[in-house]
Design a protein. Structure first.
Length: 262
């Protein structure tokens, strides 16, 4: 199995240390999968380039810019440069620089897709992920909206080729903060026939801070508004998100303008 991973890292000592943990976790995989890692280092002003830590199952290509751009623009920057190669890979994912994979993750994923057709796979993350397959269950739009993120979602390469890019109106650092992962996953869901969800914490990442969810309301709500008429399920999810937004509004955590995307 050949896997393309796309990561962006705003370069500083802490972020680069996290990035090396991600790379080391790929080096440690018990799977025979081969990984190509396309990485964009932002805020990079060093004179020397970072030497990729290539080995038999891992090959990386690094790109560099001096500026800091939104997450969606950064991913599109990389996709544009590797787009002609997408068909060379079986699956594609967009791990953040601060996530990591338990040793058997890609072996377990390879076992899943070797016996089941799979256009889209998503799971959950936490700071102490399990190193086993568990909780494979029926997909639903609600589960996808709740759980799909850049770290937890894996796409068949043909799906990414058809989607082509992230919506640059969304994403951390954009005018509508957040939502780019949800938008990409929903668009992929609408194209996919075979979708699998693992209701287990299979991927490593710092635990989410629930009380800060309101910070990403504008982006995530805007994405749901864009897709609410695609299915009854998405319409109901959007209605529920509206109620959540009203709670944030009356708690003075967001403004009325956060219900409107630019």
């Amino acid at each position: 199995m050949k896997v393309l991973l796309i990561t962006t890292c705003v370069y500083n000592e802490t972020n680069y240390s996290d990035f090396k943990r991600l790379v080391n976790s790929l080096h440690s995989q018990s799977s025979e999968a081969v990984f190509f890692h396309a990485v964009l280092f932002q805020n990079y002003t060093q004179t020397e380039m970072i030497q990729p830590a290539n080995n038999d199952n891992y090959y990386a290509e690094h790109f560099y810019i001096k500026d800091i751009i939104s997450l969606s623009k950064a991913r599109n920057f990389i996709i544009e440069r590797v787009f002609d190669l997408l068909s060379d890979y079986d699956y594609i994912s967009f791990p953040d620089d601060d996530c990591w994979y338990p040793t058997s993750f890609w072996l377990n994923f390879e076992g899943l897709v070797s016996t089941n057709d799979c256009d889209l796979f998503y799971t959950k993350f936490c700071s102490s992920p399990i190193d086993a397959v568990g909780g494979i269950e029926k997909h639903s739009a609600y589960k996808l909206v709740q759980n799909a993120s850049s770290n937890t979602t894996i796409y068949k390469s043909q799906i990414v080729a058809e989607l082509r890019c992230f919506n640059e109106s969304f994403g951390v650092g954009s005018e509508n903060n957040g939502g780019e992962d949800t938008d990409f996953a929903i668009r992929a869901m609408l194209l996919s026939k075979y979708i699998w969800f693992s209701n287990s914490n299979l991927i490593g990442h710092r635990d989410p801070i629930a009380e800060f969810r309101y910070r990403y309301f504008k982006g995530s709500f805007g994405v749901l508004k864009n897709h609410c008429f695609s299915s009854l399920a998405l319409m109901l999810i959007t209605a529920r998100k509206t109620c959540v937004g009203l709670v944030f509004l009356f708690s003075n955590k967001i403004k009325v303008t956060d219900f409107f995307i630019r």
